[in-house]
Design a protein around this ligand. Structure first.
Ligand SMILES: Cc1cc2nc3c(=O)[nH]c(=O)nc-3n(C[C@H](O)[C@H](O)[C@H](O)COP(=O)(O)OP(=O)(O)OC[C@H]3O[C@@H](n4cnc5c(N)ncnc54)[C@H](O)[C@@H]3O)c2cc1C
Length: 295
């Protein structure tokens, strides 16, 4: 199938891109790696009057290491993140998440910003951004805004980006020292979108109690979900198996309205979320214990 007719713009700077978007008053769309947008265009599920191609804006392609985290430009390819040594060392959970996105051919083109702006419920990068409390920089015709991941991801394929705004950067804080992490998803075949997934970061104090607990679940709700109830249950406690089971039950019960489709019923997705959460928490605790905390 072929897309409906559209005008094509290839600006060489962010402000020019934003200006073209503003001129089209909601009728233009940004194209980054095209891995999600092109199929939508071809099936005519999206029919923008104009496409604003970000591929000629090199200033959006970088990974910068700071003292407390990494800044990644929106046009950085997923494959670049996968191969980045700073990502592997400072954010191993992101490294693992990216390796779970589709196949290398798709990661060669797909961008970090495209995945975050598209916010597919099963996508790996929005889940990690939520887990790590990422901050997203967005540029519009009048101002630049920095949004917490929780404010940026609204619902199914919906973010708080205005039609004339471009996502330019995501800042991901590094894991706390000695923290263990896990990223686990369930797919029917390697490279498929996940039916459900769980990702966690756990740090332990010298007595073996949990002093930092973060958990995000994806593929089950309209957007990735943090689980404040489960995180609270873990904080200050020794993460023994019974507690991990109880926290995972709490997390799965916090999912209001799990997705049901031809791939999995809502009940199965809730069940998967619980099972994967137990595994993710256990793996994160084990890694934290190996790194020096006691469990
Ligand atoms: C066969 C197949 C399997 C896939 N499997 C997975 C998977 O397992 N997990 C996964 O997460 N993804 C998967 N994807 C999607 C892929 O990872 C895409 O790369 C990603 O969802 C979108 O990134 P993109 O750069 O291609 O964005 P595009 O397709 O170019 O754009 C996607 C959307 O984001 C908007 N957008 C893009 N960049 C910006 C920006 N900087 N500012 C504002 N808006 C922007 C576009 O306007 C569009 O609405 C798969 C794709 C295919 C074709």
């Amino acid at each position: 199938m072929k897309p409906a007719r559209f005008e094509y713009f290839a600006p060489d700077g962010v402000l020019e891109a934003v200006s073209v978007l503003a001129q089209h008053a909601g009728e233009a769309k940004v194209i980054a790696g095209g891995q999600s947008l092109v199929p939508l265009l071809n099936m005519r599920l999206a029919r923008p009057a104009a496409l604003v191609d970000l591929n000629r804006i090199p200033e959006l392609d970088y990974i910068r290491e700071g003292a407390a985290g990494l800044s990644i430009g929106a046009m950085t390819r997923q494959r670049t993140v996968e191969r980045s040594e700073p990502v592997r060392h400072r954010l191993p959970v992101l490294h693992e998440a990216v390796r779970n996105i589709a196949h290398p051919q798709i990661r060669n083109r797909g961008t970090v910003g495209g995945s975050l702006a598209h916010v597919d419920p099963s996508a790996e990068l929005p889940a990690v951004a939520l887990l790590l409390e990422a901050r997203l920089t967005v540029v519009g015709p009048r101002a630049q805004r920095v949004l917490a991941a929780d404010e940026f991801f609204l619902s199914f394929l919906t973010t708080s980006l205005e039609p004339d705004e471009v996502l330019t950067e995501v800042y991901l804080p590094a894991l706390p020292p000695g923290a263990g992490w896990s990223f686990i998803e369930f797919t029917r075949r390697h490279g498929d979108f996940a039916l459900a997934g769980a990702t966690a970061v756990i740090a332990l104090d010298s007595s073996g109690a949990c002093n930092h607990a973060r958990l995000a679940i994806f593929g089950v709700g309209a957007r990735p979900l943090r689980s404040p109830g489960a995180e609270q249950m873990l904080t200050g406690e020794r993460p023994v198996p019974a507690l991990l089971e109880a926290a995972a039950s709490a997390a799965s019960q916090e999912i209001q309205d799990p997705i049901g489709d031809i791939h999995a019923s809502p009940e199965f997705r809730r069940h998967l979320a619980r099972t994967l959460t137990v595994r993710a928490l256990a793996q994160a605790v084990e890694r934290a214990a190996d790194l020096g905390g006691r469990s």
